[in-house]
Design a protein around this ligand. Structure first.
Ligand SMILES: C[S@@+](CC[C@H](N)C(=O)[O-])C[C@H]1O[C@@H](n2cnc3c(N)ncnc32)[C@H](O)[C@@H]1O
Length: 283
């Protein structure tokens, strides 16, 4: 977040455009080295250098400024980011809730805004559970579970090789290698061969995790909990996700009891990222 970015830009960009300068943006990294990821509207593109320098001036730990050039796209959920100012090496060490994550926002998905959701999710896990985290990215969910709980076994599956490699490194940085196993690959291809059953399966891919419900269902123990993320319209936040789960449960001959509904964050003016928690049992 900016201390007073607009104030810093007074006199450097036309006064009538000051109001278009973003008030909030992500800073990923540490007190020593961080990357700012900012949005610059079309009308301010000629001033992006000045904006980036102002960002660095008001946030002394920011060593690189990246401007968003696209939405998140593709399987890896990354976006095009242009370096506008600072160090071309954009790999950082991000600290969050007693954990540390090395990552480069140019090659992997990571959102510092989701830290409280990660806290909520990992605190649902009980000591001794077997947990499968599909779409695990650089490892923030598996690592926060392993840090918080005893005798857990967490399996993390991720397709992006950069994210997978950071996850392996982050597991060691956080000293949780005894509790987490990692597998690189497409959930659909690698999960059916895992050869074990889980108390809990997490599916943190709002864009399409439901397409993998048929992979998750058979991997749950006789009684297990599923956490599904989904994008939903603000008018009816939970019906679609619950219907998708109900269909997958029926196809597997199981029962679902909906035990949690969370409005996680706003994705666009009318769309929210939500989480539905379901207790799934065999009939
Ligand atoms: C929304 S990100 C979440 C990452 C991580 N859980 C976090 O909270 O930072 C979704 C992740 O799923 C991965 N992914 C997408 N499709 C996948 C698939 N079929 N199999 C495995 N991973 C996949 C992407 O590469 C991305 O890292």
């Amino acid at each position: 977040m900016s201390r007073d970015l607009r104030g810093e830009l007074r006199g450097l960009i036309p006064e009538d455009k000051i109001g278009l300068v973003t008030r909030s943006f992500d800073i990923i990294g540490s007190k020593k080295k961080a990357v700012a990821v900012i949005e610059v509207p079309e009308e301010l593109r000629d001033f992006e250098g000045a904006i980036a320098r102002a960002v660095m001036k008001v946030n002394k730990n920011v060593t690189s400024v990246l401007v968003k050039e696209s939405c998140r796209t593709g399987e890896y959920r990354t976006r095009e980011l242009k370096l506008v100012e600072g160090d071309p090496n954009t790999e950082v060490l991000h600290r969050e809730a007693g954990c540390v994550y090395r990552l480069d926002p140019r090659t992997v998905y990571f959102s510092p805004r989701e830290s409280s959701e990660r806290e909520r999710l990992s605190s649902a896990v009980r000591d001794g559970e077997d947990v499968l985290v599909m779409f695990s990215g650089v490892g923030p969910i598996p690592i926060s579970i392993a840090k918080r709980r005893r005798n857990v076994h967490v399996m993390a599956v991720e397709v992006n090789p950069y994210a997978h490699n950071y996850c392996v490194e982050n597991i060691h940085l956080n000293r949780v290698a005894d509790s987490i196993e990692v597998l690189r690959g497409d959930v659909r291809e690698v999960c059916p061969g895992l050869g074990r059953f889980y108390d809990r399966i997490m599916m943190p891919l709002p864009r399409g995790a439901h397409r993998f419900l048929d992979v998750a269902m058979p991997l749950l123990k006789d009684v297990g909990v599923l956490h599904l993320y989904h994008w939903a319209p603000d008018k009816d936040l939970f019906s679609e996700a619950e219907e998708l789960i109900a269909k997958a449960v029926e196809a597997e001959g199981k029962n679902a009891e909906f035990v949690g509904r969370v409005k996680v964050s706003q994705y666009s003016p009318r769309t929210w990222k939500i989480r539905v928690d379901a207790r799934i049992s065999t009939t």
